[in-house]
Design a protein around this ligand. Structure first.
Ligand code: ZN
Length: 330
């Protein structure tokens, strides 16, 4: 099977962590990393072995974030993220980023950063036959006040955002305080996706239900821990709520500890709307085709399964129906 040739819909991909390695190397001297060897490059910018928990993974993203210091760089990495996705067979792409994370420590407003990302995405849509939508992320680890300003920002820019997401470490950071923000976003017409049930925490399946009940999630980012509670699995099936699954990410973050134990196929066979995603391809040193290969060779998914997963992703993608249909020829 040529994994690159499969036409793909990618729903879960973080803009800030999809940076091309050649671009990281080019920008690295600007933050004091000169003459990076392969080893020091990997030490600072890559995660290729399982980390001890999600918190330590999130910390490792900070060097990469330091690189994103100007509008030009943000426009460039946005364009390149789309181009790389296109070369992996992606025709419909949702790219997500957190305005608070993107501008942190840089002399940039949300507005400047966002318009730069929009310029990069629009240029890519012009150059490649693809439809791209940006999803705005609220960082659950920040004070609720900041979440409110990000919500306002997303709603003010709903012509250039397709959805709102809640991300970061779930351990100790409940969904409920964010419910009024997500209600407003949903009422404004934005799609809602929530990182929930990602890490292997005692109440992880419950967090998925919280995201649905309190935040109105249309889709769940990861949600992989649902396999531990059949009632949650049944709910996802009955209410047709898709999971944005990212197998390699789950392995590297320690969400799934057994390298052969990802529940993707089991969930799909039961009728869960499973979609295939790469999460942070740059940092994880993978691309989306790598995930297809993994699912094919290790978990036995076949061509028909891939068609089905992409149809689930296409149907539940937040990009406007006419826009996504134009690039998705059956
Ligand atoms: Zn994610």
């Amino acid at each position: 099977m040529n994994y690159y040739e499969i036409p793909k819909v990618a729903l879960h991909r973080h803009l800030e962590l999809s940076i091309r390695h050649s671009t990281i190397r080019e920008l690295a001297p600007s933050i004091g990393f000169n003459n990076l060897t392969d080893q020091s490059f990997a030490d600072h910018f890559l995660i290729t072995e399982p980390m001890k928990d999600l918190g330590s993974v999130l910390n490792k993203f900070l060097d990469t974030q330091k690189l994103l210091s100007t509008e030009e760089i943000i426009e460039r990495i946005s364009y390149e993220a789309c181009e790389d996705a296109y070369n992996e067979g992606v025709r419909v792409l949702e790219l997500r980023y957190a305005p608070t994370f993107l501008v942190q420590g840089h002399n940039l407003t949300f507005e400047q950063a966002h318009l730069a990302a929009v310029r990069g995405v629009k240029r890519a849509e012009h150059d490649f036959n693809m439809a791209v939508g940006l999803v705005c992320i609220i960082q659950r680890i920040l004070p609720v006040k900041e979440a409110e300003s990000v919500t306002d920002f997303a709603i003010e820019h709903k012509d250039t955002f397709v959805g709102l997401d809640l991300a970061d470490n779930e351990d100790g950071f409940d969904s409920k305080p964010f419910s009024s923000f997500f209600k407003r976003a949903k009422d404004s017409g934005l799609g809602i996706t929530v990182h929930a049930g990602e890490a292997d925490l005692p109440n992880a399946p419950r967090y998925i239900m919280d995201a649905i009940e309190h935040l109105g999630a249309d889709r769940i980012g990861h949600g992989v821990q649902c396999y531990r509670d059949q009632k949650v699995v049944d709910y996802l099936i009955e209410h047709k709520i898709p999971l944005e699954l990212c197998p390699t990410s789950n392995w590297l973050t320690g969400a799934i500890k057994d390298p052969d134990g990802h529940p993707f196929k089991k969930l799909m066979d039961q009728g869960v709307m499973t979609t295939i995603n790469s999460d942070d391809p740059g940092i994880f040193n993978i691309d989306l085709s790598h995930e297809y290969k993994l699912l094919h060779t290790k978990y036995g998914l076949n061509q028909d399964d891939f068609v089905k997963c992409n149809q689930y992703a296409f149907d539940t993608c937040f990009i406007a129906a006419d826009k996504k249909a134009k690039v998705w020829n059956k």
